[in-house]
Design a protein. Structure first.
Length: 201
């Protein structure tokens, strides 16, 4: 009985000591990654690059589809002419071969447009992913430096949501919020600010 009490007191002491050590050792900071990412001048630059590429691709697809429509009209006229009952058998056979050739050309044009659209989509997605990864790496570097300066052990994204769409960080008093400081440091390299210009909204 005495031994059991001694063990219980020992476990209680160890538990209290462990809890105290954890509380003393863990300093947590927060940040709004969404605000930092969207407010970083390089994000705006990369978004504009991607938008330009997308618009150029859409313009080319529009021109290709217009050419396809014109060739479709030509094919329709060829088919109509081939069906003229006054045509001799030899001429009809000749025009039928021409129609078949034109049909193959249109199919090739359709395949080319589809292939171009798919390649463009993949290229844009790849460019977007690379740009995002590069920007996030730069953000993480600044966060790491600032966290070490403030002696933080952990930095959480207080704007993040769980798989259940619930907030991951329920409450923060804002004491160790790194958002504004990280954003300020990132935008020190903004060439527009360095030249006295204003950052595009």
């Amino acid at each position: 009985m005495i031994m059991k009490r001694v063990l219980m007191m020992l476990f209680l002491a160890v538990g209290l000591n462990l809890s105290h050590n954890l509380n003393a050792a863990t300093a947590i900071g927060v940040i709004s990654l969404e605000k930092v990412y969207n407010g970083y001048w390089k994000t705006d630059v990369e978004n504009k690059k991607l938008k330009t590429k997308q618009e150029e691709a859409l313009d080319r697809i529009k021109k290709l589809e217009e050419s396809l429509r014109k060739e479709g009209t030509v094919l329709g006229n060829m088919i109509k002419a081939m069906q003229d009952p006054r045509l001799a058998a030899a001429e009809r056979s000749k025009r039928q071969q021409q129609v078949q050739t034109k049909q193959k050309e249109l199919q090739q044009m359709q395949d080319a447009i589809r292939g171009f659209r798919e390649r463009t989509q993949k290229d844009l997605e790849l460019d977007m992913r690379k740009a995002r990864e590069q920007i996030m790496e730069e953000i993480q570097q600044i966060v790491s430096v600032e966290a070490k300066k403030r002696e933080l052990n952990l930095v959480l994204d207080h704007a993040a949501r769980s798989a259940a769409i619930a907030p991951i960080v329920i409450f923060t008093d804002g004491e160790n919020d790194l958002t504004e400081e990280v954003l300020r440091q990132l935008n020190l390299s903004d060439p527009k600010k360095g030249s006295g210009g204003d950052k595009d909204k």
